[in-house]
Design a protein around this ligand. Sequence first.
Ligand SMILES: NC(=O)c1ccc[n+]([C@@H]2O[C@H](COP(=O)([O-])OP(=O)(O)OC[C@H]3O[C@@H](n4cnc5c(N)ncnc54)[C@H](OP(=O)(O)O)[C@@H]3O)[C@@H](O)[C@H]2O)c1
Length: 322
Amino acid sequence: MKKIKWGILGLGKIAGKFATGLKDVEGAELYAVASRSKDKAEAFAKEHKATKLFSSYQAMLEDKELEVVYIATPHVFHHQQSLLCLDHKKAVLCEKPFAMNKKQVEEMIAKAKKENIFLMEAMWTQFLPHFQFVLDQIKSKKYGEIKNLKADFGFPAPVDLDKRLYNKNLGGGSLLDIGIYPIFMAMSTLGIPEKIQATAKFHQSGIDEETNMIFEYKNGVEAELNSSIVRQTPTQAVIQFEKATIILNTRFHEPTNIRIQTPAGEEIKEFEVHSNGYNFEAQHVQKMLLEGKTESSEMTFEKSLQLIDLLDKVRYRIGLKY
Ligand SMILES: NC(=O)c1ccc[n+]([C@@H]2O[C@H](COP(=O)([O-])OP(=O)(O)OC[C@H]3O[C@@H](n4cnc5c(N)ncnc54)[C@H](OP(=O)(O)O)[C@@H]3O)[C@@H](O)[C@H]2O)c1
């Protein structure tokens, strides 16, 4: 089997988790890692056994053998760095949120289409077995229609104005970082809402500490969604159907189990996950690349456009400008 040569751009927290997941992907080689710091690149390359290391992102992109780049930098850099990778004819898997607004995402997609190169948003939840199972239940209408959804994601993050979560210049705040998951849950299960209500509490740095949203759909169906970086919340998703309630247990966006409650009782469903869950999205990218695809069949351009459009709309309602 031909090995696909991966590179990681930006060696922060998620980069380490992705590199761990990649070890579980058949046919994947962690070929290159790039950091702004040589020491960091050396340490990361040693820990994750990368073939090559670079102390500049640009230098890594100039490597002729590198095939696909995983972008793991703060949100504000995703747009420009995706374009840069595509300019260098490298396929791209870019962390969520794909970019800061819809216009940027449109530009990235247009560029990928023009260059005929693969581009995908790293919305890893899409590829997790429990999530796929829930989507299948919805599609089969086994439990009838969805009546209501509640999804939240909250944890108390230490206030540190230098770190990306509290730093507005790095795209900080709860909505773009973790609110994206409850929104993705609503979008995947109920589709595009007819109306959006949203309120937020802001930190003095200008980032949203907490955002509360209600998405309204036809027939009075609602999704209550929230994100917080100031308090612990259950971080689960509860989907109420006509004939059952499915609970994606904490933390619902990562590998987890689910509970199915019906009048007959409660069933707990477990899912087999060998690695940390980041392997699934990487495995999918490999499959797409080997099939010569330039767009994911799962995390499509349309989905990414819908997702960023919802984030833009919520931001407009709460008055969050970057
Ligand atoms: N899918 C998931 O489960 C998940 C989880 C967490 C985060 N994320 C996403 O991944 C992205 C990175 O998050 P993270 O938690 O890994 O962040 P992080 O720990 O702060 O790491 C970000 C990395 O980006 C690079 N970078 C480049 N320019 C930077 C700048 N001006 N300031 C700070 N860092 C800069 C740095 O790498 P070098 O110093 O090596 O150049 C840094 O280590 C975010 O967009 C986030 O939404 C996804």
